[in-house]
Design a protein around this ligand. Structure first.
Ligand SMILES: C[S@@+](CC[C@H](N)C(=O)[O-])C[C@H]1O[C@@H](n2cnc3c(N)ncnc32)[C@H](O)[C@@H]1O
Length: 249
């Protein structure tokens, strides 16, 4: 079984015990390239869905702890981040997410940080929320930008270099490949709920909250352009699979 971020926080004791071993810290290099090397040391940064501050674990990361604000729906991740980087700013955001925080509060507004930000980042966050949540959260985050500020978030285009096919193969999901290729050709977006694929839909999931559910959403570049017509969209960099959508204040 493939271990995903959600498993190391909400999975079995065995899966949680892997937390120390699986920490992806390529986010800084990714955004540095996508945003064309800003002077990070002078920028205030909000890492939306920043987990335990994974981006700060890259030794090359130029964001100063004092300027770094991290918000996430996983309480434990925020507390871990606070322990590792005590000079940074940590916020638990108890908003419902069907996978990462199923006991959270639906539609809870983004916290008031008492300030605005030069840069707001969200790496692989709206790849795990519904379409309506992405629209709502991006709109709210844009209001937290300082004048001249930049919001950059990632998304996964299902068709780009076979992204969706790659994910399905890794999951060993049961797929009728002929039907899949037929449907996916025309799909503008799709979701993968516990290995079940839904086209042009957020998908469906059971109401009970004890199971650790995996939830992925894929949007074509064209679809994201329509959702955010004033944004700039950049293709993946550094051999990664996620596109970047950049919104200026
Ligand atoms: C795949 S992880 C990525 C974590 C981090 N950005 C990184 O690059 O390592 C997705 C993160 O988004 C967080 N998340 C999901 N929905 C959220 C929401 N509505 N507000 C804030 N964080 C959210 C999850 O708790 C999780 O930490």
């Amino acid at each position: 079984m493939m271990i995903e971020e959600v498993h190391i926080w909400r999975g079995t004791p065995e899966q949680r015990s892997l937390r120390g071993q699986v920490l992806k810290a390529t986010q800084f290099a990714y955004f540095d390239a996508q945003l064309e090397h800003p002077d990070w040391s002078s920028k205030s940064v909000l890492d939306f869905g920043g987990n335990r501050g994974n981006i700060l674990h890259d030794p090359e990361c130029e964001i100063r702890q004092q300027n770094y604000y991290c918000v996430d729906v996983i309480h434990e991740a925020i507390e871990e981040g606070r322990k590792s980087f005590p000079e940074a700013h940590w916020y638990h955001y108890d908003r419902y997410n069907c996978s990462f925080n199923p006991d959270g509060i639906a539609h809870l507004p983004v916290p008031d940080f008492g300030r605005s930000f030069d840069i707001i980042l969200a790496y692989s966050v709206f790849t795990h929320t519904t379409l309506e949540e992405m629209r709502d959260l991006v709109t709210q985050l844009a209001t937290k930008l300082a004048p001249g500020g930049t919001l950059a978030f990632t998304f996964i285009d299902p068709h780009w270099q076979g992204n969706l096919k790659w994910r399905l193969e890794r999951l060993n999901a049961e797929v009728d490949w002929e039907k899949f290729l037929d449907c996916s050709r025309n799909a503008r977006w799709c979701s993968l709920v516990n290995n079940k694929l839904f086209f042009d839909s957020n998908g469906r999931w059971p109401r009970e909250r004890d199971s650790c559910m995996t939830y992925h959403v894929f949007y074509t570049e064209e679809f994201i352009r329509e959702q955010f017509p004033h944004a700039t969209i950049r293709p993946p960099v550094n051999g990664e699979m996620q596109h970047c959508c950049i919104v200026q204040a």
